[in-house]
Design a protein around this ligand. Structure first.
Ligand code: NAP
Ligand code: GLV
Length: 313
């Protein structure tokens, strides 16, 4: 088994070391420009076009993340950039689901229990109890009921909050009010107090966090975007904060990353910013999952996590 590896930062050596331990009989190499020697599998994060274009040898490309929007954009911008016969396989959970649940729960509870307002009172040395948000009216809507969204929705429901989930196809998740497809989008949003985005970025979901979407939520709602920056119409968020339709937002992902120093979001105290860290790719879990799938493919078995290129996720 021959494996090509590419990651655009300095961690490649550690990944190659762990893959060599998991697959001692594999021939592993870090891809370098000009390397067209045969390989069975590629393991990549944000690969350059020239690494994959025109290759007929690869059986599968493993994406070192849950989202495949970056790699699919190569093909969208220039058809033929991805090998036709290779399956594209994404990470499924690999420790991201608990991280995402921690991150989103932290943001939701901060808003529910009014911790940001208590921090302001503390700075002013004021001892004052604020009215609690009524729990039964504190509906949380989770956009995307996939691997991560379902885990997040279940975790929030365990706090006794009313939780809704939205997916493309109909779903049943115990304890969650499930909505599916465009026809049920407005009913999913209707009066929600918190909106969490865990959709993949596809042509269908780009810009979904916009003024119309915000207008359907409860007044003073809270936005949590942990999926992709391209989901959010940035000007609409600033307008919704200015009008009071949204009370605040927690954003982990941005159209341009790193977020430029002169971006208006840095100046807005109601926006909490983190540097795309809500669910990091964990090496040990990811190597174990990918190595297991490579061995399964070698045995001629089908594996899960295969991306539907047409659908975009
Ligand atoms: P997933 O398992 O593929 O789930 C995607 C969900 O979105 C599914 O429920 C799917 O519906 C739904 N969906 C897709 N297109 C839709 C549409 N047009 N209308 C309605 N629902 C739609 O993905 P995942 O593993 O949960 O990951 C979700 C995303 O999180 C990734 O794509 C990535 O962008 C982001 N992410 C961010 C970080 C971070 O650190 N910030 C880390 C990991 C992942 P069906 O169930 O009906 O197919
Ligand atoms: C990270 O953003 C991922 O898609 O895994």
């Amino acid at each position: 088994m021959k494996i090509l590896f590419y990651m655009p930062d300095a961690e490649a050596a550690a990944w190659l070391h762990d893959f060599a331990r998991a697959l001692p009989h594999a021939g592993l190499r870090e891809w370098q420009p000009g390397d067209t020697a045969p390989a069975d599998f590629a393991v990549v994060w944000r690969p350059p076009r020239e690494m994959l274009a025109g290759r007929a040898d690869l059986r599968a490309i493993f994406n070192l993340g849950a989202g495949v929007d970056a790699i699919l954009s190569l093909e969208r911008e220039q058809p033929g950039s991805l090998p036709r016969n290779a399956q594209l396989i994404r990470l499924e959970d690999t420790g991201m689901a608990p991280q995402m649940a921690e991150y989103v729960t932290h943001a939701v509870l901060r808003y529910l229990r009014r911790f940001d307002e208590y921090a302001t009172l503390q700075r002013e040395r004021r001892w004052h109890v604020l009215d609690p948000h009524p729990r039964e009216a504190f509906t949380v809507g989770v956009l995307g009921l996939g691997v991560l969204g379902t885990h997040v929705a279940r975790t929030l429901a365990a706090f006794g909050l009313p939780v809704r989930g939205y997916s493309r196809g109909a779903k049943e998740v115990e304890g969650i009010a499930a909505f599916a497809g465009e026809a049920q989008f407005d009913a999913f949003l209707d009066g929600a107090k918190v909106l969490v985005n865990l959709l993949p970025h596809t042509p269908d979901t780009a810009n979904v966090l916009n003024a119309r979407t915000f207008s359907k939520l409860a007044r003073g709602a809270y936005l949590i975007n942990v999926a992709r920056g391209a989901h959010l119409v940035e000007a609409d968020l600033l307008d919704a904060l200015a009008s009071g339709q949204l009370a605040a937002a927690t954003l982990d992902v941005f159209r341009q990353e790193p977020l430029p120093p002169d971006h208006p979001f840095w100046q807005e105290p109601r926006i909490t910013i983190t540097p795309h860290m809500s669910a990091l790719t964990l090496r040990e879990e990811s190597v174990a999952q990918i190595a297991g799938k490579m061995l399964a493919l070698e045995r001629g078995e089908a594996v899960s996590g295969v991306v539907n290129i047409e659908r975009g996720y």
